[in-house]
Design a protein around this ligand. Structure first.
Ligand code: UDX
Ligand code: ADP
Length: 472
């Protein structure tokens, strides 16, 4: 056996699901996930499996192993001391102040975790960075560890970026396209990579485990997310052309996606991508290129973000234009606040920005999301970058537990998240409960717009003219 005890620092969206799956696939390995937050750990340990993050099938995986070879704890020191292999899965948000503000990743949590490991570790450890980090972060971790190493300890740092997507995390972890492990090209580096590969080989074919040098691994993660984000920005740019010409972006996506050289995934036009990774990682790449004196490359990737911002703004402007150029004091229902379906995560959700722009125009928002808590929505909307006057949010926003309640008496509704349940609502009943003309804005293209039109709605969807010759 190459590894008997694993510790994971950070029990969030990355650390929690990845280590739960590792525990379920490696019954002989003891996995302890630790976090500074007692509340988070308590939720992971909750008797009714009311876990701190919502992910399909995750509770089943945790049920299978918790208390056997999977533990959640705030005793970080003991977990580090006992482990042979330590994953660092802490948060790496974009810096909000100082050098690199708004672009560079804030590595303070990574650094704190590395210092903690150096402080308390006894014996040799493999330290694995799993959080998405800027290229050469492993080198910084290695330097912190080496500078603080006690006698008899040796550390080998690996990069093992996580490619799971929220909402399908368990599935992605069980059946990854590949696992990427980056390490030093030395004998100790090789040995450490083999240890980590041994864990994944419990359920992943050897050929799907790619070994690279550390920097390639770190850059591949940024590049993968940048390429995916770029596809969405590209198709969103085409959606604007479709709306202006009568082409349909879904037909264009299908037509170009059937070319095997292009492929069909990540070509769904939307009101803009969200989530904790895409924007952060592209900005990271931009910052890296600037630091490397590659301004043309930085500008190229910055366009992916600019196009995404433009798409969100364009969609919000369309809402205002259609509602006779004013939404002041009009009631607008927002369906969906999560950044995508099947998650309760709202980080960088496009919905936040649609709400921001509509609030700036004085609209009254009635928000419903099947999985996001009221406090979470209010926390996002009260962020100083979104609205720095809490009384305004209080005046303009109400959060609803029932979608029909949210939609009642509104001038318009806006689909911001592609939750499946939105497709099966009784739109005839909804139409009757709304003010007329009743407007439907589908930022995800999930509703049957022809049916909505037949019911009497004025419909606007991303990437298609829903009216011809000036009439709906
Ligand atoms: C992403 C990467 O997919 C994953 O590999 C990486 O580890 C983390 O970042 P995630 O952010 O969880 O995962 O979700 P993803 O499914 O990639 O969606 C990101 C955003 O793009 C969402 O807002 C989604 O709605 C949007 N999107 C996705 C589109 O607008 N169109 C598409 O075709 C696909
Ligand atoms: P991600 O999406 O990258 O998993 P999250 O914010 O969901 O990010 O999770 C990161 C977790 O890491 C948080 O629960 C946070 O409390 C935890 N964390 C941050 N720094 C440390 C640390 N030094 N020791 C233990 N846990 C930490």
């Amino acid at each position: 056996m190459k590894v008997s005890k694993v510790c994971c620092i950070g029990a969030g969206y990355v650390g929690g699901p990845s280590c739960s799956v590792i525990a379920s696939k490696c019954p002989e390995v003891t996995v302890t996930v630790v976090d500074l937050s007692q509340e988070r750990i308590d939720a992971w340990n909750s008797p009714d499996y009311n876990l701190p993050i919502f992910e399909p099938n995750l509770a089943d995986v945790v049920k299978k192993c918790r208390g056997k070879n999977l533990f959640f704890s705030t005793d970080i020191t003991s977990a580090i001391c006992e482990a042979d292999l330590i994953f660092i899965s802490v948060n790496t948000p974009t810096k909000t102040f100082g050098l690199g503000k708004g672009r560079a990743a804030d590595l303070k949590y990574i650094e704190a975790a590395a210092r903690m490991i150096a402080d308390v570790a006894i014996g040799d450890k493999v330290v694995v960075e799993k959080s998405t980090v800027p290229v050469r972060a492993a080198e910084s971790i290695q330097r912190i560890l080496t500078a603080n190493t006690k006698k008899g300890c040796a550390f080998e740092v690996l990069s093992n970026p996580e490619f799971l997507a929220e909402g399908s995390a368990v599935e992605d972890l069980l059946h990854p396209d590949r696992v990427l492990i980056g390490g030093e090209e030395t004998s100790t580096g090789r040995a450490a990579m083999e240890k980590l590969a041994w864990i994944y080989q419990h359920w992943i074919p050897k050929d799907n485990i790619i070994l690279t040098n550390t920097w390639s691994s770190e850059l591949s993660k940024l590049a993968a997310n940048a390429f995916l984000a770029q596809r969405i920005s590209s198709i969103n740019s085409i959606s604007a052309v479709c709306e202006a010409t009568g082409a349909d972006v879904a037909e264009v996506s299908h037509a170009i996606g059937t070319d095997t050289r292009i492929g069909s995934q990540f070509l769904k036009a939307s009101l803009g991508f969200g989530g904790s990774c895409f924007q952060k990682d592209v900005l990271n790449l931009v910052y890296l290129c600037e630091a490397l004196n590659l301004p043309e490359i930085a500008a190229y990737w910055q366009q992916v973000i600019d196009m995404n911002d433009f798409q969100k703004r364009r969609f919000a402007s369309k809402i205002v234009n259609c509602l006779f150029n004013t939404v002041t004091d009009k009631n607008i229902a927002i369906l969906g606040f999560a950044f995508k379906k099947n998650t309760g995560d709202t980080r960088e959700s496009s919905s936040i920005y649609i709400c921001k722009y509509l609030m700036e125009e004085g609209a009254k928002l009635k928000i419903f999301d099947p999985k996001v808590e009221k406090e979470q929505i209010l926390m996002e909307l009260n962020h100083p970058n979104i609205c720095n006057d809490p009384s305004r949010v209080e005046k303009l926003v109400t959060i609803h537990k029932d979608p029909y309640d949210a939609l009642k008496g509104t001038h318009a509704f806006v689909v911001c998240t592609e939750w499946d349940e939105f497709k099966s609502y009784d739109y005839s009943k909804i139409y009757n409960s709304m003010l007329k003309p009743a407007f439907a804005f589908d930022g995800r293209r999930i509703l049957d717009w022809k049916n909505l039109q037949q019911l009497g709605f004025q419909v606007e969807v991303i990437g298609r003219k829903t009216w011809l010759n000036g009439t709906y």
